[in-house]
Design a protein. Structure first.
Length: 54
């Protein structure tokens, strides 16, 4: 396998091209209208800002 190909597709589950019907509609709706960030997400971003150098 070529080095470039080893990581292709990693972490993509389910792939959008495998979604059908209502699943596809929910996927598109989540992209177009993402939910508001909750407390856990805000805390995760705060921790990220503290740990990652810019």
């Amino acid at each position: 396998m070529e080095p470039f190909q080893t990581g292709v597709g990693v972490g993509r589950s389910p792939a959008p091209d495998h979604l059908i019907g209502q699943d596809w509609e929910r996927f598109l709706d989540a992209l177009e209208n993402p939910p508001a960030p909750n407390d856990r997400l805000r805390e995760a971003f705060a921790q990220h800002r503290k740990r990652v150098a810019r």
